[in-house]
Each structure stands twice: as C-alpha cells, then as structure tokens.
Design a protein. Structure first.
Length: 98
C-alpha cells in the first residue's frame, strides 16, 4: 500500500506520498538525507489507482519508494532519468506549472 497526505495552500495542492513500508525511516548517502517522516507522509492508506487520481490533482508532489515513484513515471509526471536514489530508495519531486 501507499500512504499519502495532502496539503492545500492557496491554489497549490502538495502531495506527500510514500510506499508504506518506508514510513518512519531515514536514509543517508553522502550529502543526501531522506527522512520519510510520519508527520509529513503519514496520511491515509491508498491504492495505486487512488494515488494516480491525487497525482493528477497535485501541483507539487514529494514521492518516495518504488511503487509510488513508478506510478508517477507511468502517469508521465516524472521522468525516469530524474529520479534520485538515496541508499537505493527512489525519491522524486514534481511541480506542475499552470
């Protein structure tokens, strides 16, 4: 499963999403650090189908994990060449320019 949390600020919709098994973990690799915090990512549990719906609505997304990032790539919202891996964990960010 995937965990998502949605933040609304004015016209922006920020989506924090991660593979559920990564929730609460920290990853460090040289100068890069990734904290998959319960506070930021620990919202509702959703399927990939629901994640796709949220990704289409989001103006900004912060994505962590194989399933979560792959879903964004399949939707054409993240370029596979732009995925950062920290200790092997994929991380991607998306910004939709309106």
């Amino acid at each position: 499963m995937i965990r998502v949390k949605i933040y609304r600020q004015g016209d922006d919709i920020l989506l924090g999403a991660c593979d559920e098994h990564l929730l609460g973990k920290k990853f460090e690799d040289g100068k890069f650090q990734l904290n998959v915090s319960e506070t930021f990512y620990g919202g509702q549990q959703v399927s990939e189908e629901v994640l796709r719906k949220y990704l289409q609505e989001a103006t900004i997304a912060n994505l962590v994990g194989d399933k979560t990032v792959a879903c964004a790539v399949k939707e054409g919202l993240v370029d596979a060449d732009c995925i950062l891996r920290i200790k092997g964990v994929p991380h991607a960010q998306m910004v939709r320019m309106l």
